[in-house]
Design a protein around this ligand. Sequence first.
Ligand SMILES: *[C@@H]1O[C@H](CO)[C@@H](O)[C@H](O)[C@H]1NC(C)=O
Ligand SMILES: *[C@@H]1O[C@H](CO)[C@@H](O)[C@H](O)[C@H]1NC(C)=O
Ligand SMILES: *[C@@H]1O[C@H](CO)[C@@H](O)[C@H](O)[C@H]1NC(C)=O
Length: 681
Amino acid sequence: MASHGWWIRLLLLVVIIGSINVFRGNSRVVVDDDNTQRDTIDSNEKSLLQLRSHNQGQVVMDNGIVHVTLSSPGGEVIGISYNGMDNLLEGHNQITNRGYFDLVWNAAGDRTGTYDNVQGTRMRIIQQTNDILELSFTREWSDGSSEGMAPLNVDKRYVMMRNTSGFYTYVIVDRREGWPAFNLGAARVAFKLNMRNFRYMAVSDKRRRIMPTEMDRRRGEKLGYPEAVLLTNPSNRDLIGEVDDKYQYSVESQNDKVHGWISRNPSIGFWMITPSYEFRTGGPVKQDLTSHVGPTTLGVFMSDHYGGREVTTKFQDGESWKKVFGPVMIYVNSAPPSDNNSNDNLWKDANRQMEEEVQRWPYDFIQSEDYPGSSQRGTVSGQLNVRDRYVNIEDFGAKSAYVGLALPGEAGSWEKETKGYQFWTRADMNGRFVIKNVRPGLYNLYAWVPGFLGDYKYEGDVIIGLGSEINLGMLVFTPPRQGPTLWEIGIPDRSAAEFYVPKPNPMYVNKVLLDSYEDRFRQYGLWERYADIYGIEDPVYTVGVSNYSTDWFYAHVTRKNGDSSYSPTTRQIKFELDQLDYMGMYTLQGALAASTGAQLIFQVNDHNPFRPRLATTAGGTDNAIARHGIHGLYHLFSVQVPGYILRQGSNTIYVTQPRAMGAFEGLMYDYIRLEGPSRAV
Ligand SMILES: *[C@@H]1O[C@H](CO)[C@@H](O)[C@H](O)[C@H]1NC(C)=O
Ligand SMILES: *[C@@H]1O[C@H](CO)[C@@H](O)[C@H](O)[C@H]1NC(C)=O
Ligand SMILES: *[C@@H]1O[C@H](CO)[C@@H](O)[C@H](O)[C@H]1NC(C)=O
């Protein structure tokens, strides 16, 4: 033990329905391309799917329901015509800015991102039958002649099927051995919809509304950062005084299965359906953008949102890599003018279609050796138990545990894992789990259990071959614990949602969030509410009296001073110890749900800043406070508190976040617990 008489140890473990018309005309997919496929086209004239070409540089996929025009060989979606609307996409935009796949990347060591809009240089027909049409648009990277391109080969695929109200897209990216190092910050598909018609957006049951326009945003007042705008002069007067910020419409991967926009006159829905997040980075609770003002609909495949630099995908010099992003489905639906409830009905129908796509996953119609079908995928099952003698003498089932496979790494590493595929499920009431449709490969099995601290990792590798069925049997997770719980604040579930989330400043409200308890943390400016509510006195939390739902501000934020400087804030936790084990070792055990440029300091019974301090955890760039996330990355901590610095009777722990350069340094708590010295149980 250090000579100070106390010491600390902090582990930072970075850690469509009746009223909806779906055209049932003759489905035809027509592929027509000037130079390549005239004969194929003719032979398929009677086929139900058509591929044809109007102009030089364009191909059209048409199944009689939707008519999709693509640039060729660029491979961008230029037009989608459906149900009498000429183009669901914004025809005034450049053809490279309507429906496209793009990347943001930077050379290793270079901090500024380069935008790569991935122009195809070659178009190929992958499959063309009466039932399906699949097109490929590729671009190849080569050293010395690919200025501005991320060192990746890209194969953009579009798939159209007979009798389907929409189409599918997926992207295969790969890089070969010997290619230069680089960082990949984002990869996504984006659709810019017709601005006149698409006014209503839906990203979840609760977050559905009439949206402002891009022009409304330009005429508005920028708030703390450019993405947040106060609508001071919107064309729709109902929206005056509201805040718009695309980050208010973020969704966790596990819930991000369908979102999009609805047009009026005619009532048409445009939906991004993501049946599986196996190809997304960072696991089930990774948050990302969905749809936002533009009107824009995104299919985000990877990004560093809500994770920061730690989740940027970094490739070493020479490192090879291949990945299939998607497929995702672009689904369109429509309602007749007589439908008084078309927004609800189209949203419900989009959800019905989403469920259907989820059931069909993995798709059997994809023609790529890089996308294994269901017969090639494996299954992993087992039973996860929790061992925590201070909770129950016997092991007990890890109820509703998140259990997943990801590339090998440390326990919890899946959260920052960005190169492989991840496969997650929820265990049942008793901890039993089955993970289906796993691509062949080498994995580790990870888990966490809502209600318990920490991360589980199965000790062995899990190797999935073609059609493997692996039963891992009984697994035991021992969450971090040194002794009995003396008191606890919050629920260990990797989120700060159970804490006190203030009402927004009435000046900065997004009304759609007002009626949704589970979305209340997405309001703009909640970080400033701290100083409004507590004045200059930071809050004191009294164990046994205070209630974490109302008395523990969800984020540990800075305080803005009159001169626009910022000050650190210190909370106090007051508690009584009836008995003190003077020689025993107590433990402050817990986790942060987010951290941005932050540090965490505990001082026991002495707040003199010159006295030694009990903890330090630093860093983070997840930016969850500014982006209205209720969590960013997870950080476990464990701080030893020797009995002799505690007192029999009243004690106070001072909790400080000392960094205060601006408004957004800070952290979010997941959970804090004081444990007594270990004892036989
Ligand atoms: C076309 O799709 C509709 C709706 O999914 C279905 O009811 C119908 O049976 C399909 N028709 C054919 C020919 O597959
Ligand atoms: C829709 O609204 C109109 C006008 O309010 C009403 O006359 C009509 O009966 C409504 N239709 C349905 C199906 O509710
Ligand atoms: C804490 O406050 C919440 C919200 O007001 C309330 O529902 C809950 O019952 C309170 N808990 C206790 C232990 O009083």
